[in-house]
Write a protein of this length. Structure first.
Length: 138
């Protein structure tokens, strides 16, 4: 992927790190607005739509696009299991409408316990394929 096609998205947690990464890659951070709700949840709106990013990534030859969603693992590690399930289902819905995109995500095995079984079953149901970490390693 050329720098022209590379886009960097960042939230508010580590702005200095995002700036360092942007400088290293010689790209700008995609503008966004973030608001905190009283219950601690955060709303973020990026000025670039996901569809626009995918359209540019596909290019004129309509290449297939692979995306890696790490937000689910971050939310999972923070104990926001319900938010993870909602996010997984939103991505599943989006991917069903966007045939040329494959979404990959990963969860640390240490976060999978008996207490999280129902959430994990809902997450597994949102995926077409689930691999065990031992199988997925190269």
């Amino acid at each position: 992927m050329t720098k022209k096609n590379l886009m960097l998205f960042s939230g508010r947690a580590h702005p200095e790190l995002a700036e360092q990464v942007a400088k290293q890659l010689d790209v700008t951070i995609t503008p966004q607005s973030a608001y905190s709700f009283a219950n601690g949840e955060i709303f973020v709106r990026f000025e670039e739509s996901v569809r626009g990013v995918l359209r540019r990534a596909r290019g004129p030859r309509e290449r297939k696009v692979r995306a890696f969603g790490e937000m689910v693992a971050v939310l999972w590690a923070q104990g926001h299991h319900g938010a993870v399930v909602r996010l997984e289902h939103l991505w599943q819905s989006f991917c069903q409408r966007s045939e040329d995109m494959a979404l990959f995500c990963a969860y640390p095995k240490s976060g999978i316990t008996k207490d999280t079984r129902s959430a994990m079953e809902a997450i597994f149901a949102a995926h077409t394929t689930v691999l065990d970490g031992a199988i997925a390693r190269h």
